[in-house]
Write a protein that binds this ligand. Structure first.
Ligand code: SDX
Length: 434
């Protein structure tokens, strides 16, 4: 039955002629898990797994990724079905609460998020402290951390009501914070959210409208952005989600934990890859240059990698990349940009890479970040806003995982150990003797 660990036999480990039994748990789906939590106390040994390639740090019922078959499930629902039939707030409700909302629950949740979308007016002064050319991820990280200075009434992590309020505040305010970072970079006035617009439309309105004229949201493009948000909402225990969980395990308030997640997502190996992938496509420029860049990507002595390619878990096509490619064509068609040169380079690069033995053997496929940059650029966002949009969408996953961790009776403060290979027994010498 889903939602619980079931013992599924025993693993044995022999160390210095002593034999130790380790319970094996059977998941609802995916690989079995060996419980090593008692190994150190029983055998005085640590396990070693840099990058956690073989380590499960928690049990979870939220998201499942089958990397071999390119499957992504949110609470058991296929990502393809959710993108096709649900909107982002419906998926947010699902990730937060474990089940899709009925009409009444959906209306209440939409209303709650809509009515929390404004930021405390004093927070707009935070933006004034940044240079106009500050990266919007730096601003977003700072402002989210600062939310705990304004919303003390939703920082008690032991109060389920406060946890729910903090979750809804973060989901509601992320678009406003992100849009304000964008407006600040342009030197344009901040635009207040509107309660008559849906989540994605409101975000586009706050980013692209100006006080001097009427702005009409293009609903087709807003719906495409809503799909992009759904695709980025959660993804198991990736680097930024693990960061949020580790920060939360010390009892830090939810705003501080989400700010830590934003910081981790920013890296080019993770959420920063969408901005890096578009930079790469622009650097390649035309399909004639692809061969030389593929050569660079394969050269072990060249740090260049194909950004938007490869994945720690997906060893087949990232299902999100497939949907993103389809959405990319739809958006470019609506905008009359179907001959976009960057899309041409991306499609040709993907074709060549997927036939190249290097990428085939290493099972390197396009990931969620490969096409997203082309869509976001076509929607009018500058490159330095791409990872901010990833963070906006992933806030739902981060806060859902954080809530699950807080409620998990097995969870304790995260405190990994190490393989110490440094010096021991060093004799101190006074500075005059060194
Ligand atoms: C995201 O974890 C998640 O779920 C993340 C994410 C989410 O939704 O949260 O899916 C979002 O972060 C997607 C990934 C975005 N990053 C990129 O597109 C950056 C480019 N990709 C790589 O840096 C890399 O593929 C990673 C970081 C994504 C995965 O790294 P791993 O699992 O540690 O794999 P690796 O670096 O050990 O690579 C294995 C081999 C290496 O060659 P060898 O040392 O075995 O000879 O494949 C090579 C790598 O050199 N390789 C690449 C490559 N990615 C890996 N070679 C060229 N181009 C690439 N993109």
């Amino acid at each position: 039955m889903a939602n619980k660990k079931t013992e599924n036999g025993t693993a044995y480990i022999e160390i210095n002629n002593a034999r130790y039994e380790l319970p094996i748990y059977k998941p609802s789906i995916g690989p079995n898990v060996i419980d090593i939590s008692k190994l150190y106390s029983q055998a005085n040994v640590f396990t070693y797994d840099p990058g956690f390639t073989s380590t499960a740090n928690c049990s979870s019922t939220i998201t499942f990724v089958d990397g071999e078959n390119g499957v992504l499930l949110y609470r058991g629902y296929k990502i393809e079905d959710l993108v096709e039939h649900a909107d982002f707030l419906e998926v947010a409700y699902l990730l937060l609460n474990g089940e899709l909302p009925n009409k009444i629950e959906k209306a209440e949740f939409d209303e709650a998020v809509t009515k929390h979308s404004m930021l405390h007016e004093q927070m707009s002064r935070f933006y004034q402290g940044f240079r106009r050319d500050a990266h919007p991820m730096a601003i977003t990280c700072g402002v989210i951390g600062a939310l705990s200075a304004f919303y003390h009434d939703s920082t008690d992590i032991n109060d389920p009501h406060q946890r729910m309020v903090a979750s809804r505040r973060l989901i509601a305010k992320m678009p406003t914070i992100a849009a304000m970072a964008y407006k600040y970079s342009l030197g344009q006035p901040f635009v207040y959210p509107r309660n008559d617009l849906d989540y994605a439309s409101n975000f586009m309105y706050m980013c692209f409208s100006v006080p001097t004229e009427e702005y009409k949201v293009n609903k087709v493009l807003a719906d495409a952005l809503d799909k992009v948000f759904i695709l980025h909402a959660d993804h198991e225990q990736n680097a930024s989600t693990s960061t949020v969980r580790l920060a939360g395990s010390s009892g830090a308030n939810p705003f501080a934990c989400i700010a830590a997640g934003v910081a981790s997502l920013w890296g080019p190996a993770h959420g920063g890859a969408n901005e890096a992938a578009l930079n790469m496509l622009e650097e390649i420029g035309t399909t004639d240059n692809i061969t030389q860049y593929i050569k660079k990507a394969k050269d072990p002595n060249d740090p260049f990698r194909l950004m938007g390619f490869g994945h720690r878990v997906y060893k087949s096509y990232d299902p999100r990349a497939k949907i993103m490619q389809k959405t990319c064509h739809e958006v470019l068609d609506v905008l009359g940009l179907k001959n976009d040169p960057l899309l041409k380079v991306a499609m040709e690069l993907e074709k060549i890479a997927l036939e190249d033995p290097y990428f085939v053997e290493k099972k390197l496929y396009p990931n969620v970040d490969f096409y997203s940059g082309i869509i976001l650029k076509a929607l009018g966002f500058p490159k330095d806003m791409f990872t901010v949009l990833f963070a906006l969408a992933r806030t739902v996953g981060w806060i859902s995982q954080w809530k699950e961790m807080i409620a998990d009776t097995e969870q304790r403060i995260g405190r990994p150990r190490q393989l110490y290979i440094g010096n021991i027994d060093k004799n101190f010498k006074k500075i005059q003797d060194r």
